[in-house]
Ligand binder design. Structure first.
Ligand code: ADP
Ligand code: MG
Length: 900
């Protein structure tokens, strides 16, 4: 009813007020509603331009006049009787859509309507001509109104509200409309909800919630849309729901009217059906450039149509004029009048195209604002009775209908963007994009990982190649070294053979041109060592480079952990490699120092032309000490400082036989210097050496180990340690098995040193030390024999001391163990060291009378006599003489033999 949207379609409606002759105007055109509605964009989105009305009011509406039908109720029982003699006050010409209102027997007025429904019109037909086009419009997104107007008892409720529960053909417009709507909406995308209200005395009651009895009308100031937010909206899914709802509403209506002491004909019943449908709009044209680069094609615009069907069963129209005169309470009459008369005034104003339409005068007109002069498709059915007694009412009803026919609405589709659905769709699109992004990220991560792996593989390949090259180089160095050692040994043997067996060092010293060859070897090994160091440096640089390259690899996020593990592993390999190289270096250094040491010895030997010892210390241990004290450090001592004792000792347990033997040699050399002995023993070197002696059958190892032990055995504390750790037994066993004279010399030297310890006498004998010592004499090598003799002399001296001090009694253990024959036999040995030791041993034995008889019978007396006369050493000579003189037994025997 808003005047601002009123469109006077023809401007010639006034004629409708007049009898037929004057009403032949455009407002009675027989064109159906439907033909004037644009094709639905719901079914064919692109087929017609969308009339998008977001209720803010564009100007692109479609004119749509209010359609008005008239329905005649059949005579009821009462009328059949009372009006039996009278003709009906109206005569219908349905085919002409005309109604003749009889004034009297000879005069009548004819009115034309959009539909004329006789008393025989079925409910179905009434629905189809009155409501169906409106319902279809609502389904298409337009608001719609079907309203019944008429005197009480003329069939408004019959037409609109019959439920037809027993007889479905009797169903009224409400049920049929709902049926049609429900049949056409999609439960997935659309929704239908219903409010059911009663307007009585300007107050709106909720028939679905009777407690809610003063619902206010809210108008959107922008769009002018009217809504009742306080009313109950019940979602309807099927007809059963709806019937139930209507029944509830009806029951509440009766209850409310009872309470208010009124009747339904005095109130207006309003059923509001809200239909919300989702449709897809036409796609917008998007610039093709962005289209191509974009990941998603712009989806068709989701639209939502929110239309409303309002079905109004008005209060009886008779009250407009009859109230008050029929004794109704004034207030009620005023209120009922208010809404209906306001409706009449608005329709008049609209029909006459008045400047002012008093919409705001009543709640009914406010509620129906969109239905008359608004945007809704509106169909009015006016109901009349046949009785001539109500001619006045009938006439006024017909005139109301005629005026309403002049009201032109401007239909607008209630369509807007479906932001919710659009947002849902965009969310789905976003999800898709996120998934795609994740997939691409994964591909990227995989690629990064692959590159990392490749880099690592390359690194390890380089490392492998490098390690291989290093190993080759190492083997080459070793081979060269072994060869040079072999050459040296060959030369040595050659020299020995040339110059006879004149002592180990003697041979060495007498070699032809010893200095030059060794110096060459040393230079060569030095060169190798430098090369090795250079290669190691390069390797280290390479490793550092690779490490920094790895560090620069892009961080692959969560894969970083495994990356780090991999790097750590590579690093650990690197460290192992480095350690191996270090070992290599130590070996090479020790090799070099060994050679340097030997060369040094050789040079010194040549210089002095005196006697020295390969491992030092056996015959004259102090000579080594002297050297080291001489101001400049020995090469071995230098090695000791460079490499560190622990590292050298650790190499004793190396799995590489070559490494082991070199380490033993180095330790042996170190042990030759008194200054180192204590440190070696403290660092566990002695124990390691004994373990080696116990566990290795290898003659070379045994020889050098025995040498090292011999050197350590010079020290008294070490002697005891050797004894405690089972060393005597070990040396005895080694002595019995060894064939190599050098090994035997070393073992004999070690035992000889032990023999000089007073505390070890008993143990030495009980563990087979004496027997082992004597056993070694079997080899006949002067060096070995010299050590055996020294041992026996040492032992005899200690034993003699013990006997003198009263610690020991009885015959000499040496005699018990059968040493005497060997002593006597070698007492006059060509080798002066042997001879001298034996001479001393004989003197010590002879000092105790218990031994005298055995010595005499064993032929020792003769030797003693010889010593006392011929020994080159003055001290020994006089010792022998003194001893003989002091022994009564010897003297007696000498007298007997007439020896002076
Ligand atoms: P209103 O709602 O206009 O007051 P009702 O719909 O209550 O009138 O109708 C009054 C009576 O007339 C009811 O008994 C109803 O059944 C009957 N009636 C109305 N219209 C018709 C019709 N077209 N055919 C048969 N009976 C009708
Ligand atoms: Mg009624």
């Amino acid at each position: 009813m808003a005047s601002n949207v009123y469109r006077n379609g023809t401007g010639s409606h006034k004629g409708a007020m007049r009898p037929l002759a004057a009403s032949n105007s455009s407002n009675v055109k027989s064109s159906s509603f439907k033909s004037r509605i644009p094709p639905s964009s719901n079914h064919s989105p692109g087929s017609a331009p969308l009339r998008r009305c977001n209720s803010a009011g564009g100007s692109d509406g479609v004119p749509g006049r209010v359609r008005v039908s008239v329905r005649l109720r059949p005579r009821n029982a009462e009328e059949s009787v009372a009006d039996a003699d009278f003709a009906d006050c109206v005569e219908l010409q349905p085919e002409l859509k005309r109604l003749k209102l009889r004034k009297n027997n000879w005069d009548s007025e004819t009115y034309e309507f959009d539909e004329v429904l006789t008393e025989f019109a079925s409910q179905k037909r009434v629905y189809e001509v009155v409501a169906k086009p409106v319902v279809e419009s609502v389904l298409d997104g337009y608001n719609g109104t079907v309203m019944a107007y008429g005197q009480t008892g003329t069939g408004k409720t019959f037409t609109l509200g019959r439920l037809g529960e027993e007889d479905t053909s009797a169903r009224g417009i409400m049920v049929r409309s709902m049926e049609e709507i429900l049949a056409n909406v999609s439960p997935e995308t659309d929704s239908v909800s219903v409010s059911y209200l009663q307007l009585y005395m300007e107050s709106i009651q909720d028939l679905l919630d009777p407690a809610n009895d003063n619902i206010s009308i809210v108008e959107d100031p922008k769009t002018g849309d009217v809504s009742l937010p306080g009313a109950t909206h019940v979602e309807v899914r099927d007809e059963r729901d709806f019937m139930e709802l209507l029944r509830t509403g009806e029951a509440h209506r009766i209850a409310a009217n009872t309470k208010l002491n009124t009747e339904s004909s005095r109130s207006h019943a309003i059923l509001m059906v809200h239909v919300k449908r989702s449709v897809l709009g036409a796609e917008d044209v998007i610039p093709s450039e962005t289209d191509k680069s974009s990941h998603f094609a712009k989806p068709p615009k989701p639209l939502v149509r929110k239309s409303k069907l309002v079905l109004v069963d008005l209060a009886g129209s008779e009250r407009v004029h009859k109230s008050g005169s029929e004794g109704h309470m004034l207030e009620e009459a005023k209120s009922i009048n208010l809404s209906l008369s306001a409706l009449g005034k608005c329709i008049n104003a609209l029909a006459e195209n008045s400047a002012h339409v008093p919409v705001r005068d009543s709640k009914l007109t406010r509620l129906l604002r969109d239905s008359f002069g608004g945007t809704a498709r509106t169909s009015l059915i006016v109901t009349i009775g046949p009785s001539p007694r109500h001619r006045g009412e009938t006439t006024s009803t017909i005139l109301f209908g005629q005026r309403a026919m002049k009201v032109e609405n401007m239909l607008r589709i209630k369509e807007e963007f479906d932001y919710k659905s659009l947002s849902r769709k965009l969310e789905i699109q976003l999800d898709k994009l996120i998934a795609e992004n994740e997939r691409q990220q994964k591909v990227f991560d995989d690629e990064v990982e692959r590159i990392n792996l490749e880099a690592l593989n390359r690194v390890s390949e380089v490392e492998r190649n490098f390690a291989g090259a290093l190993e080759k180089e190492r083997l080459k160095c070793q081979m060269e070294y072994m060869e040079s050692v072999k050459k040296l040994e060959e030369k040595m043997i050659e020299n020995q053979q040339k110059h006879g067996c004149d002592g180990f060092m003697q041979d060495k010293c007498n070699r032809e041109g010893p200095g030059s060859s060794i110096v060459e070897d040393v230079a060569e090994v030095k060169k190798l060592l430098e090369k090795e160091i250079h290669m190691r440096k390069e390797a280290q640089e390479e490793v550092n480079k690779l490490k920094s390259q790895l560090g620069q690899c892009p961080d692959s996020g969560e894969g970083g952990g495994s990356e780090i593990l991999k790097l750590q592993k590579a690093l650990a390999d690197e460290v192992r490699q480095k350690k191996k190289l270090e070992e290599e270096m130590i070996i090479l250094r020790s090799q070099m120092l060994q050679l340097t040491f030997e060369a040094d010895q050789m040079r010194r030997c040549l210089g002095r032309n005196g006697s020295a010892n390969a491992y030092g210390g056996l015959d004259s241990p102090m000579s080594q000490v002297r050297d080291s004290l001489n101001g400049h450090k020995t090469p071995v001592a230098a090695l000791f400082e460079q490499v560190g004792l622990q590292k050298i000792l650790a190499l004793l347990e190396s799995e590489d036989a070559n490494v082991r033997i070199h380490a033993v040699k180095v330790v042996a050399n170190l042990a030759a210097e008194e200054a180192n002995q204590e440190r070696i023993v403290e660092a566990g070197g002695l124990t390691s050496l004994l373990v080696l002696l116990r566990s290795y059958e290898d003659e070379n190892i045994r020889r050098v180990v025995a040498g090292a032990i011999a050197n350590l055995a010079m020290n008294e504390t070490n002697q005891e340690l050797i004894m405690i750790q089972g060393g005597i037994n070990l040396l005895s066993v080694t002595a019995s098995r060894a064939e190599d004279p050098q090994t035997l010399r070393m073992v004999a030297g070690a035992i000889a040193n032990l023999c000089g310890n007073d505390k070890l006498q008993t143990k030495l004998r009980s563990e087979g030390g004496i027997k082992a010592l004597l056993g070694m004499a079997r080899c006949g090598q002067p060096d070995v024999l010299s050590q055996v003799a020294r041992g026996i002399a040492n032992f005899a001296k200690c034993e003699s001391r013990a006997s003198t001090n009263g610690i020991k009694s009885g015959r000499s253990v040496l005699i018990d163990d059968g040493a005497l024959p060997w002593i006597v036999q070698n007492a006059n040995n060509d080798s002066s060291p042997i001879r001298r030791h034996i001479e001393l041993a004989l003197c010590h034995l002879a000092q105790h009378e218990v031994n005298a008889k055995d010595m005499i019978s064993g032929g020792a007396l003769w030797e003693l006599v010889r010593i006392s006369r011929d020994c080159s050493r003055e001290d020994i000579r006089s010792l022998a003489r003194r001893t003989l003189n002091l022994s009564p037994i010897f003297r007696a025997e000498m007298r007997r033999l007439r020896i002076e």
